[in-house]
Design a protein around this ligand. Structure first.
Ligand code: ZN
Length: 160
């Protein structure tokens, strides 16, 4: 069975950046299960998996536009520390939910200097070319319930 619209596919993957650092991997855990054609995974990876069958391995490099988007400079802001009332110590890498012009967003603290805190509302992988090494472990048709929910149930998917 080939991966196509409404397939459930289970994949083992390793994601590295341009420097070759491993950013994410399914190694040592369950494979990732996703429902094809339902925006479960980034568009570039989904496209590369069309037509693949169990046992296929592929290496694919995905540009930001087909990944987590280009880096949007306007989402990087310097704000005064007092805005983080209730937080004892502001540290680089902390993440907060913030109400922005584009709705609720996750922002990441990228710098702290005196009373100034730099926050970044971009996805941590925005602007990066992503290198995936993927092996297809299983392909099956989705159940009616999975299609209704828009995600996979069971191994590697949602348990509810
Ligand atoms: Zn569900």
């Amino acid at each position: 069975m080939q991966i196509a619209q409404d397939s459930v596919a289970l994949i083992d993957y390793t994601l590295t950046n341009d420097e070759g650092d491993v950013i994410d991997s399914s190694a040592g855990g369950e494979p990732l299960a996703y429902l094809h054609g339902h925006h479960n995974i980034i568009p570039g990876l989904e496209k590369a998996l069309v037509g693949k069958v169990v046992g296929d391995s592929l290496k694919v490099s995905i540009e930001p536009a087909e990944g987590y988007g280009e880096l949007n400079e306007s989402l990087i802001e310097v704000v005064p520390k007092h805005l983080f009332s209730g937080v004892d110590q502001i540290e680089v890498g902390m993440q907060f939910h913030a109400q922005t012009g584009q709705g609720m967003q996750v922002i990441t603290v990228t710098a702290v200097e005196g009373d100034e805190v730099t926050v970044d509302g971009n996805h941590p992988l925005a602007g990066q070319t992503l290198h995936f090494d993927v092996t297809v472990k299983e392909v099956r048709a989705a159940s009616a319930e999975e299609l209704e929910h828009g995600h996979v149930h069971g191994t590697g998917g949602h348990h509810h």
